[in-house]
Design a protein. Structure first.
Length: 261
């Protein structure tokens, strides 16, 4: 056992439980103490401290439990090694004494193990319930988005990559009733540090109107929701240009994406 452990295993939990319950032989106890103190094993020391703190409560409210055969044999062996009383009682009483001692130690050890496992299960259950709640929220959001994208009043506009960004693509879901764009970009490399991408409404008879400045993430993606002003309702195109940060009033840079309305 002359080593530091990195995580608690069933075997280490059993050893810590036997030590905390006083159910080791003297040789085993000395070896375990050496492990705790000389090896400075934080995993075992933390478990022993926790179990010893719990014994004071569990000793008075022990649940009915049956230890495993392995633990029971160890506990019964330790119970037999308990020091003899000052006077020798009747054989039947002596038999009852060590059986009672073994049962008490076994109950404490089993209760400690069960308590530990129940705590871990409760924590895992709480984590799973939290994750399920998050997934349910995400599922509801995806359903709402899908319903919105497939409604009759939604217009879909595709934008193609231009110039050095020919591999890029964009798509606008234009909810004309809500006057909103849901803009998705894929495979568009992130703009340089001193540049931004700028999305433009391109009216039929007026100058372009800035819709949003943005940048893509490490995999070239971006997702943007944009309100569409009344003056941008009569459009001939949507465009993305590369501009100096933080953006410009009118397009000056090269096209990165372009799509006809």
């Amino acid at each position: 056992m002359s080593m530091k452990h990195t995580q608690l295993t069933d075997d280490l939990l059993e050893r810590a439980s036997l030590y905390a319950a006083g159910a080791m032989t003297e040789a085993e106890r000395q070896e375990y103490v050496h492990h705790l103190e000389h090896d400075e094993c934080a995993v075992c020391r933390s478990e022993v401290n926790e179990l010893q703190s719990a014994i004071s409560m569990l000793a008075f409210t022990l649940p009915s439990a049956t230890p495993s055969a392995r633990v029971k044999d160890r506990l019964m062996e330790q119970a037999r090694s308990v020091g003899q009383p000052m006077s020798t009682p009747h054989p039947r009483l002596r038999w009852l004494q060590w059986v009672t001692t073994a049962a008490a130690i076994a109950s404490i050890a089993v209760a400690l193990i069960v308590t530990r496992r129940n705590s871990e299960l409760r924590q895992l259950t709480d984590e799973l319930n939290s994750r399920i709640a998050q997934l349910e929220v995400q599922l509801a959001e995806h359903r709402n988005t899908l319903a919105m994208f497939t409604s009759p009043g939604v217009r879909v506009v595709d934008l193609a990559g231009q110039g050095a960004n020919v591999q890029a693509r964009g798509r606008i879901f234009w909810n004309q009733q809500q006057k909103r764009w849901f803009f998705y970009v894929r495979d568009l490399p992130a703009a340089p540090a001193d540049k931004v991408y700028q999305l433009w409404f391109v009216p039929r008879s007026r100058n372009p109107v800035s819709a949003k400045t943005f940048n893509t993430d490490s995999n070239g993606s971006a997702e943007i929701e944009i309100p569409v002003p009344d003056e941008a309702s009569d459009l001939k195109a949507a465009a993305v240009t590369t501009e100096p940060a933080p953006g410009v009033p009118q397009p000056t840079g090269s096209y990165a994406l372009l799509g006809a309305m």
